[in-house]
Design a protein around this ligand. Structure first.
Ligand code: GLU
Length: 482
């Protein structure tokens, strides 16, 4: 059997981090088994689906590198993978089920259903709607012929139960006494989610349905429908919910939930995938950093935990820092150059690009998020706009600062060849002569040239800045001290 899985987001919102994890687990499972990862657009909710959301989902799946083998915006042997293109097919299936006695036209109104349920409560019988309020067969035929609107409901076999073994959650059992005869076709002829999703899963030959736990209670309906259609039952795996740090369902209250926000905040797609994989999957022994290829190699659905996973941005940030440091210098420069240029509002010339390249290994070590890079290197490419207040008061308003700046100006002015090693030697000599500690003596120089106490390593920064600019900035800070 060839594994075929699908990721079926509804374009009713931006790609959510929880959905991205569902996509990732489908991708890993498909690739691990040499199967197909299919993308479907579940756009049956016409009022809430938008093209913008649809594009956002595609953009961010591609950004994560979770490319699909077949499906929406790609094509494949099953024609359209967008549900709104397949309404005819769903209606056909619904009508076939009616003809076979497995579904029926239903005229029950919302009020009548309420009444049914309240009667069931009073008499302590099953609250699941069983079609008992529908008119006789002859009346149905007449009312339909008269043009009266009706929905189509699936006839749930009663008594009965549906059970299945969920790969993540274990044995599941649903008593049909709790399952309504559910609507499959609305009165306007459009399908419900249950019908569209099941027909597609059957038509596309889906072998494993890996999706969020929020849909678990729909699964018995999908199994009943699949069997009524004569399809093969898929294996189901329902992934636990993501929680915020307070243990409540992850929502906007906890911070960003849209993948776009993480992309814009400067997270790397590899770090994001790695982090998402850790949410519920025990990737390896005590090991957190694993590449996508390795994840594919090791992925096992059976190893996914049924316990809810906590989405913790601190850990994500840490992982992102790991990925930044491990990035090849050239790749790093390629990613940050546009951000630096955008920050400066101009392009870097070739010599400045060389500077950025030479600072890359140092900057990488100190960054967790990409946008921090532009702020860290800005002072190398443009005059500083002023001094960070806190840095100035802690570092410059000290008795040692004037001597440090004066000593640095003299020592740096006397260097023959402007290099990191020579700067290092000259400034250490200055510290010794002036009797200053490295912290007391070097921090004023850092603030003078970069405007703040937080910058890449000092000696390399001065080399990159050049002697003239270094001396000009030291003099300016010294003058401000008076
Ligand atoms: N379209 C559903 C959603 O976005 C998922 C459907 C499924 O995986 O069966 O939540």
């Amino acid at each position: 059997m060839t594994v075929r899985v699908r990721f079926a987001p509804s374009p009713t919102g931006y790609l959510h981090v929880g959905s991205a994890r569902t996509a990732l687990f489908n991708y890993l499972f498909a690739h691990h088994h040499g199967g197909a990862f299919i993308l479907r657009s579940d756009d049956t909710d016409d009022a809430r689906s938008t093209e913008e959301f649809q594009q956002d989902i595609l953009t961010h799946l591609r950004w994560l590198g979770l490319d699909w083998d077949e499906g929406f915006a790609k094509g494949g042997p099953h024609g359209s993978y967008r549900q709104s293109d397949r309404y005819g097919r769903y209606a056909d299936v619904a009508h076939t089920l009616v003809r076979d006695g497995k579904a029926y036209y239903s005229f029950a109104t919302a009020d009548q259903l309420d009444e049914f349920r309240s009667n069931a409560r009073d008499s302590q019988t099953s609250p699941a709607y069983d079609g008992s309020m529908e008119p006789s067969y002859e009346q149905v035929a007449r009312r339909i012929a008269d043009g009266e609107k009706a929905v189509v409901r699936f006839r749930v076999p009663r008594p009965g139960e549906t059970s299945f073994s969920d790969v993540v959650r274990g044995e599941m059992r649903f008593d049909h006494a709790q399952v309504d005869d559910f609507v499959i076709l609305r009165s306007d002829g459009t399908p419900t989610y249950h019908l569209a999703s099941t027909v597609d899963d059957v038509d596309y030959g889906i072998t494993h349905v890996i999706r969020g736990e929020d849909i678990l209670s729909s699964t018995p309906k999908h199994i009943l429908l699949t069997e009524a259609m004569g399809g093969d039952r898929a294996t189901y795996a329902h992934l636990s919910l993501l929680l915020g740090p307070d243990g409540k369902k992850l929502s906007k209250r906890h911070g960003d939930t849209a993948m776009s926000a993480y992309r814009e905040a400067g997270y790397l797609p590899d770090a994001m995938n790695n982090y998402l994989a850790l949410l519920g999957w025990n990737v390896g022994e005590e090991e957190d950093v694993v590449s996508l290829d390795e994840m594919v190699e090791r992925f096992e659905l059976e190893a996914v935990s049924r316990n809810p996973a906590v989405f913790d941005t601190r850990k994500l940030e840490w992982l992102n820092g790991v990925y930044m440091r491990e990035m090849d210098d050239d790749a790093f420069v390629a990613v940050v150059l546009p951000l630096v240029e955008e920050d400066l509002g101009r392009e870097l010339d070739p010599s400045e690009r060389g500077t950025l390249r030479s600072m890359a290994p140092l900057v990488k070590e100190r960054t967790k998020l990409l946008p921090e890079v532009a702020a860290q290197v800005r002072f190398l490419f443009t005059p500083i706009e002023g001094y960070d207040d806190a840095s100035w008061s802690t570092v410059m308003e000290t008795p040692e600062a004037p001597a440090a700046l004066d000593g640095a100006a003299t020592a740096l002015g006397a260097i023959d060849e402007w290099s990191t090693a020579a700067i290092d030697g000259a400034l250490r000599g200055m510290l010794e002569t002036a009797g200053l500690s490295a912290r007391r003596g070097l921090q004023p120089i850092r603030v003078a040239v970069s405007g703040s106490t937080v910058s890449p390593p000092l000696f390399e920064s001065l080399e990159a800045l050049g002697r003239d600019e270094t001396l000009v900035r030291i003099a300016a800070a010294r003058a401000r001290l008076g």
